[in-house]
Structure formats: structure tokens, C-alpha cells
Design a protein. Structure first.
Lengths: 111, 114
């Protein structure tokens, strides 16, 4: 049970912003939203995470709705190297903070 | 360079022949974990460890063993591999609870059991 719902795939043009949506309507108040990506069977790569507030780092921005039932990952200037499967994860907190990966969304960046 | 190193990257073995996949991290991380990835099933946790000599089962522990004798190493042991253990395996480590620190993953080990 991945606790998140993402579209299967999307594409965007190189240089444009890529907005990847995620629904997590059953998220609990103390659960974080994490985003990872995986490029062609390589190890998943951490992108960003947040609890309530919007977050930004050198890779991306994370916008979380006020009710926390959905979020959007924004890659501000997508490049061809951003083509990957992106996973939105609601982290199970506690002693074993395991990552439960769903199917993710396949982002294709076109030239 | 801070990293999680798995070996081997590729392995083909026969049913029943014991094997070990090694995992080592150079970041002094306390948390380490093993995942397997299968088409249509996503990544599933096999075992995890919160510190030296502290390990516990994840979601799919059957057929696997682990040990954590040193902080940096977390080997995955398949005592009697079977074809249903053919999969892509990832080791991951974290400084502390993943909700705070996130996980760093290794490059993966592709195991085929014939």
C-alpha cells in the first residue's frame, strides 16, 4: 500500500518547468512527503521532502497543499537528464522509517 | 566521495548455492536497509538495521539473512537461493530516521537465479 496516487506518465519540453502531481489523501499529520527518482534501474536518488511548508533546494521545489492531501514536485528547468521515474512517497515514521515505493510517474523530457 | 557501495553489480547463480551481496557505506550512517525491485511491484524492503547488532525484518524477509557486525557494512545473505529471488537489489543508508534524513541508495545488484 503505497498511500500515494500519481499519473502513469507525462512529458515536457527541455528547458520548461516540469510539474509532477501526487495525491496522498490519507496522509497523517506527522507523515512526511518524500520525492525520489530513479534513472533506468540505477539506485533511487533523493530529491526533496517536506511536512507542511513548501520546500526548495538546488534540484527542485515541493509545493504541499494546505490540507496536505496533495503535492506537486516542480523541476524548474527540465533537462534531458531529468528523464526518469519519479516516486512520491509518504514516509512511514517510527523506528523503521521505510520507504514504500509505488509505481511512480515516468517523466520524459523531449528536446 | 560519500557513497553506498554494493558488490557485485551482476550475479548469475544456481538454485541452492549460498551467496552474499555486500553493502558498505562511508558516511558513518546508523540506518541501513535492503530493498528488492521487481517489475510491477516497485521497491520492497527486505531487512533493515538501526545500528550495529540491531536488525529487523522488512516486508519480504523470507529467504534472506542479514548481519550488522560493523557500522559500515550490511551484507545480504541468501542461504539457498531460488528463482523467485531473481531481482534487482538495492542497499540504502541513512544518518538517522529516514523522515528526517532521507536515504542514500547504492547502484544496485542484479541477481539471476537459474
Amino acid at each position: 500500500d503505497a498511500k500515494t496516487t500519481q499519473p502513469t506518465s507525462m512529458d515536457c519540453a527541455e528547458g520548461r518547468a516540469a510539474n509532477l502531481p501526487c495525491n496522498h489523501s490519507t496522509i497523517s499529520g506527522n507523515e512526511y512527503v518524500y520525492w525520489y527518482r530513479q534513472i533506468h534501474s540505477q539506485g533511487p536518488q533523493y530529491i526533496i521532502h517536506g511536512l507542511k511548508n513548501n520546500e526548495t533546494n538546488e534540484m527542485a521545489s515541493l509545493i504541499i497543499t494546505e490540507d496536505r492531501k496533495s503535492s506537486t514536485l516542480i523541476l524548474p528547468h527540465a533537462t534531458l537528464r531529468d528523464t526518469a521515474v519519479y516516486y512520491c512517497i509518504v514516509l512511514t515514521t517510527g523506528a523503521n522509517s521505510k520507504l514504500t515505493f509505488g509505481k511512480g510517474i515516468t517523466l520524459s523530457v523531449r528536446p | 566521495e560519500a557513497q553506498v557501495t554494493q558488490n557485485p553489480r551482476y550475479l548469475i547463480t544456481v538454485t541452492g548455492k549460498k551467496l552474499t551481496v555486500t553493502c558498505s557505506q562511508n558516511m558513518n550512517h546508523e540506518y541501513m536497509s535492503w530493498y528488492r525491485q521487481d517489475p510491477g511491484l516497485g521497491l520492497r524492503q527486505i531487512y533493515y538495521s538501526m545500528n550495529v547488532e540491531v536488525t529487523d525484518k522488512g516486508d519480504v524477509p523470507e529467504g534472506y539473512k542479514v548481519s550488522r557486525k560493523e557500522k559500515r557494512n550490511f551484507p545480504l545473505i541468501l542461504e539457498s537461493p531460488s528463482p523467485n529471488q531473481t531481482s534487482l537489489y538495492f542497499c540504502a543508508s541513512s544518518l538517522g530516521p529516514a523522515e528526517v534524513y532521507g536515504y542514500t541508495f547504492g547502484s544496485g545488484t542484479r541477481l539471476t537465479v537459474v
